[in-house]
Design a protein around this ligand. Sequence first.
Ligand code: GLU
Length: 508
Amino acid sequence: MNDSVRVRFAPSPTGGLHLGGVRTVLFNYLFAKHNNGKFIVRIEDTDQSRYVPEAEEYIFNCLNWVGLQPDESPIHGGDYGPYRQSERKEIYKKYAEQLVRDGFAYYAFDTQEELEKMRQDFKTTHNHSQQYDHSVRMKMKNSITCSTEEVNTWLKEGRSHVVRIKMPKHENVSFKDMIRGEVHFDTSVVDDKVLLKADGMPTYHLAVVVDDYLMKISHVFRGEEWLPSAPVHILLWKYLFGIDAMPQWAHLPLILGPVGKLSKRDGAKHGFPVFAMNWTDKNNSEKTEGFKEKGFLPEAFINFLALLGWNDGTEKELFSKQELIQNFSIDRVHAAGAKFDYEKAKWFNHEWIKRLELIELKSKVKDFFSAQQFEINDSTFLEKVIELVKDRCTLLTDFYPQSIFLFETPTQLDIASIQPKWDNKKNIFFTEWILQLTEMINWDATYIEENFKALTNLHNIKTGDLLLPLRIMLVGGKFGPPVFQVAALIEKKETIKRIENALKLFNS
Ligand code: GLU
């Protein structure tokens, strides 16, 4: 193990896990494993108003499904716990007080009404809601504007207050992003962010810096949406631990949908999932479909996700997890947004269905049949079925409709597609073929096909004219694998039964 490489995924348990979130997990994981380091999961649950109790378990279920297991987390343990921020409340308070003592932060006692009044009073045509910053700070009720006695009395009385960072009026802060290079910010446009809330909980800004320090995080990979928060974090690092202690940061490119940033709404509109697994919002019972339940293999899921922002410099597209670990390098992650293409994602899944070990595919297909209330007990038969239909399956959910007719007699036959051309000649042909099938000893696809063709010659009918009726008889519809292989697999008795029943229907 390389103790110097420690990375973390730090989700807030507020809902389902979006594609972007899993891609962040993946890049953290690949970087850690490539460098023999550690991958940590820290639950950032300090925002009680957005906290969703089921979300943490859901996140770990998703990680389990994709096979990206943390080395340290609230459930995996580790030497730097607790790994849930709500359980570290006391730690942050100490740092907030240190910042106040050192003059980098201050107590603010403004009530909601006072804050609202300030936003209104100072709003202009260009600025619809004034933020709490250096320009208004001196007009508000805080430990900079009020006397020490007053402040001490209020603190003793337990008056509701927050701790805010005192953003320098005009300072240029910068850092070197691993993907974007040098990034600069002017602090004059950044507000005095709250660091510690009235309920004593830290905000993300304080907690993320303190925990990255205490958990000895060496590299931070997070979404591009966190870039605007960087100046606050850089200053906190500088004030609390020294800028040299700061991890290296990489802000990952956005994942783009059909228009702009990929959203849950895009998924709903275009019929593709955006969450890793199914998620139900308890507040409004809204269900959002997941890649897992849609029928994606975790192998395909992480493969296409890796390529949303990264490539190995060649044309190669199919990578196993092991290959991704070997080849991953942050130098090859680009800064521009990466477009999510659902059709391409399905292509990856199709490729992975074709290359996955049969034993693994078998258990997954079984699960998808169970989800349709159909239990498969004959494992050898299932193997044959999979070999026969897997080329036709893009999603794991395709296996059921693509092969259920191999397990049970189809209940509905697409008669409409053969009826216009059905005639007595064909009826006679099939009636005679049944007799031949009954006598047949070698029941294999080639033999059945040869026998069928010989008889069509004898009856002087084109084989092509009889293949569709035969398919409808055995499969039920105009789809499926080669029809003689279907016959071979469902066995003689069942084949004959299906033809006989279909003839009754066709002739009625
Ligand atoms: N808790 C933040 C989130 O929900 C984590 C951001 C970070 O990785 O610093 O995305």
